[in-house]
Design a protein around this ligand. Structure first.
Ligand code: HAM
Length: 439
């Protein structure tokens, strides 16, 4: 009997991990520079959080959620996105009273029952940021600048920022009516989903991908032309900030985003380095979400992007294996006594921060040497009965081929393997031989 992967789910194998870590490290680095704190929310929430938060008429809620009953007959859902969970956490921990202003980021798996294709999966991974408790347009600009800088440090080219405003709840209500009037005469020529959307939420028609609907969508009015004075002023101020920060953008009047919680600013960041799935990041304001979940009126804004897409671009740019960290020492052991001494020495050296590997399959010396080469070990030490007894052995530098006799005392061997780090520090640091910035 064989077990296949579930459709839309996949393994991320050890050889691919360096690219994932590169992307994740960039997110963490940007979070450090912009001062966002990490939050980790559960993978499973009450279904109601998403039906209310993300919206009953959205594709996510109508078609894409992994919903199940637990043994206590509660309806639970694997999170399809992170914003609703972060908003829930804000209320769960009483931040609306204790610390209403929050700048948070997250990384992790999300689940949507979508048609799998390149860069689109059923279990996928998002990185995202959320700012809660501030309405000022400078926050919108900071969130967009974060997204932009992240792509810059990863070296992504051809960045394009699409910006729009869908206004406040009253603006949206009015705009829905305008859209209803626009689409009603042609609705019979549009897809079944759009027919349903016309009654439920005609804004959703604007993100329909069906070919039949495009001519009507292309002629639809734009939300930014139907804003109340406050929302229009907010958009003008956001644009002013983006200009000051020299972040180029296009106003896209038909950008509405596929989730119902958005208000005012919505944006997407695309890259010409991605093929058809060119949206790297999508985000916007959600000033009504916390209130919708039972909290006080609290503004919010954020974005999320798919890690798979970032990894795809990084892999295209640098094909082949990525440089991985080298092993400090491979201990080749001979005979039972050598293996016992080797295991003991390896464990002691690891306590000093040295990376060590050892053979566990009692193989001959040739095979162990091949393993050391494959692991790109910096050093090799052969440990047999004689060395174990004498407490001394020969350490081989695998790059230069030079050998020298060394003591097998773990502390002095650890010192030899790392007399300080490579970057010119004097060894008076706790970098354990990695790299550090000399003080
Ligand atoms: P979203 O547009 O649904 O927004 O997703 C954001 C990004 O996640 C997309 O632009 C894409 O890069 C990635 N993504 C979405 N679905 C998939 C998939 N099936 N496979 C791979 N990548 C995918 C949100 O999720 C909002 N929570 C964003 C947000 C945060 N708005 C405010 N704060």
């Amino acid at each position: 009997m064989t077990y296949d992967l579930v459709r839309g789910m996949y393994d991320i194998l050890p050889d691919e991990i360096p690219w994932w870590q590169l992307a994740e490290d960039a997110v963490r680095e940007m979070a450090r520079r912009y001062n966002y704190r990490e939050i980790r929310v559960p993978l499973v929430e009450h279904t109601e959080l998403f039906t209310r938060g993300v919206g009953e008429a959205t594709d996510i809620v109508t078609k894409e959620m992994y919903t199940f009953q637990d043994r206590g007959e509660r309806s639970l859902t694997l999170r399809p996105e992170g914003t609703a969970s972060v908003a829930r956490a804000y209320l769960t921990h009483g931040w609306q009273t204790s610390e209403p202003f929050q700048k948070l980021f997250y990384l992790g798996p999300m689940f949507r029952y979508e048609k799998p294709q390149k860069g689109r999966n059923r279990q996928f991974h998002q990185y995202g940021i959320e700012v809660l408790g501030a309405l000022d347009p400078s926050v919108d600009a900071e969130v967009i600048a974060f997204a932009w800088s992240l792509m810059e440090i990863l070296g992504l080219g051809g960045l394009r920022l699409r910006l729009n405003s869908i206004g406040c709840a009253a603006d949206r209500e009015q705009f829905r009516e305008i859209l209803r009037r626009h689409f009603a005469p042609s609705i019979d020529r549009m897809c079944d989903d759009c027919r349903r959307r016309l009654g439920e939420n005609p804004l959703r028609i604007l993100d329909c991908k069906d070919e039949r609907c495009q001519p009507f969508i292309d002629k639809a009015p734009g939300s930014a032309d139907h804003l109340c004075p406050e929302c229009a002023e907010h958009l003008t101020a956001v644009r002013g900030w983006l200009d000051r920060l020299e972040l180029a953008y296009d106003i896209d009047p038909r950008l509405v985003r596929g989730l119902d919680y958005y208000t005012r600013t919505v944006f997407e960041l695309m890259s010409s380095d991605l093929g058809s799935q060119d949206t790297l990041i999508g985000g916007g304001r959600y000033d009504g979400l916390i209130e919708m979940l039972g909290g006080p009126p609290t503004p919010g804004i954020g974005f999320a992007g798919g890690l798979e897409r970032l990894v795809l671009v990084l892999q295209q740019r640098q094909p082949g294996a990525m440089e991985v960290e080298r092993l400090d020492l491979f201990l080749a052991t001979l005979g039972e006594e050598g293996r016992r001494a080797g295991m003991k020495l390896a464990t002691a050296l690891r306590r000093f921060g040295i990376s060590v590997d050892i053979d566990h399959r009692a193989r001959g010396l040739r095979k162990q040497m091949a393993q050391a080469n494959q692991l790109r070990a910096r050093n090799l030490l052969v440990l047999g009965e004689d060395e174990a007894r004498a407490g001394r052995g020969r350490l081989k530098d695998m790059d230069s081929g030079e050998e020298r006799e060394v003591s097998l005392d773990p502390e002095s061997l650890a010192d030899l393997l790392y007399p300080g780090c490579d970057d010119g520090c004097d060894g008076d640091c706790d970098c354990s031989g990695g790299s550090c910035s000399p003080s």
